[in-house]
Design a protein around this ligand. Structure first.
Ligand SMILES: Cc1cc2nc3c(=O)[nH]c(=O)nc-3n(C[C@H](O)[C@H](O)[C@H](O)COP(=O)(O)O)c2cc1C
Length: 331
């Protein structure tokens, strides 16, 4: 189970781990207390090892106040439709990166995975000393080489088909989009680390293909979005079931960073000059997304999904894992 912030509940991670697969608990948006609670609760639900995922949050970028106001004014139209208050002052995003790393070092899950960059060398040394395996996310060979140079243990090769945020960190605002089939063997050839393949893999035959390309494991996110234990809001579930395969795209509209999801009104309407940089845009759109989830309004929700989303099934996670294993055996 790939880390999937939002849908990736503690219950989902526990069900996947208990079914015999390795699960990542997404903690990118949890404050440190919630993160510790989630890790401890997961331990009460499974004896199996698991991983914890966070974002490498950079220092906040400089943003012109007018840019934040422009984004706010565009979002105000959605707030009026949702019947929620507009704001005088745009919120400042909070950065908890160092505290989250401290929680990982104290709680010592089996693995730590990160995206949007690599941790400082001293953090990698501390994680290794704590017996925690480290996984970095790469979308290009250069990023995989940076992960190897930073002394991490494993590379997650994230192809362009993947749902959610692109993990890219070396290529500016428009990173190259390399598909999983092309990316995985290039990274396997370029680095001496174990490789996890991610992106567009949603059945056991896809896992077999990833292993044939030289990966040691496959990480699946989208395949679990409709799992019974997933915290996927009802409107998001309905959108996944209603959409056509061609309807995912890469957008910066919700967070300021490139991410793949199902096309909806916000994706279609948000003018590029009304999108603040990450993580500002993420903080600006949060109230809209929360209200949209509560009101079942999928047109205002971030509907992160990979290109293989038609494979997602609404069933208990254990059944999904079982089916994946049977398909893998049959491949
Ligand atoms: C809803 C959703 C949320 C995600 N959240 C995270 C996250 O918090 N951290 C992360 O490293 N990757 C995140 N991803 C990316 C996944 O970890 C993984 O790379 C991707 O799901 C693999 O492709 P697939 O969706 O085609 O299976 C997310 C993906 C989705 C669909």
């Amino acid at each position: 189970l790939a880390p999937i912030a939002g849908p990736g509940s503690v219950e989902l991670a526990a069900a996947v781990a208990n079914a015999g697969a390795f699960a990542f608990l997404p903690c990118a948006y949890s404050d440190p207390e919630r993160m510790r609670d989630d890790i401890q609760r997961l331990r009460t639900l499974t004896d199996r090892p698991f991983g914890v995922n966070i974002f490498i949050d950079e220092p906040l970028p400089h943003v012109a106040p007018e840019q934040l106001i422009r984004a706010e004014r565009h979002l105000d139209a959605y707030r009026r439709e949702l019947g929620i208050p507009t704001r005088a002052e745009p919120p400042i995003p909070s950065i908890h990166y160092e505290e989250r790393v401290r929680v990982v070092l104290e709680e010592r899950p089996r693995a730590f995975s990160c995206t949007f960059g690599v941790p400082d060398r001293s953090i990698v040394v501390d994680l290794r000393a704590a017996g925690v395996y480290t996984v970095g996310t790469a979308t290009t060979v250069d990023e995989a080489l940076a992960i190897e140079a930073a002394n991490l243990d494993v590379v997650c090769a994230q192809g362009a088909e993947a749902g959610g945020h692109r993990g890219s960190f070396l290529h500016g605002e428009e990173p190259p989009l390399i598909g999983t089939m092309a990316l995985v063997p290039q990274i396997v050839d370029a680095v001496g680390l174990a490789v996890i393949a991610a992106g567009g893999i949603s059945d056991g035959h896809g896992i077999a293909a990833a292993l044939a390309l030289g990966a040691s494991a496959a990480a699946l996110g989208t395949a679990f979005l409709l799992a019974t234990e997933a915290a996927t809001p009802n409107a998001y579930r309905a959108a996944l079931k209603a959409a056509r395969a061609s309807e995912t795209t890469i957008t910066r509209a919700f967070s300021g960073r490139a991410a793949r999801g199902i096309v909806n009104r916000v994706v279609r309407e948000m003018p590029p000059d009304a999108i603040a940089p990450y993580p500002y845009q993420n903080a600006l759109t949060r109230d809209v997304r929360n209200a949209a989830a509560a009101q079942d309004r999928s047109e205002f929700l971030s509907l992160w999904a990979g290109q293989a989303f038609p494979f997602a099934r609404e069933e208990p996670a254990a059944q999904i894992v079982q089916r994946l294993l049977e398909e893998l055996d049959a491949s």
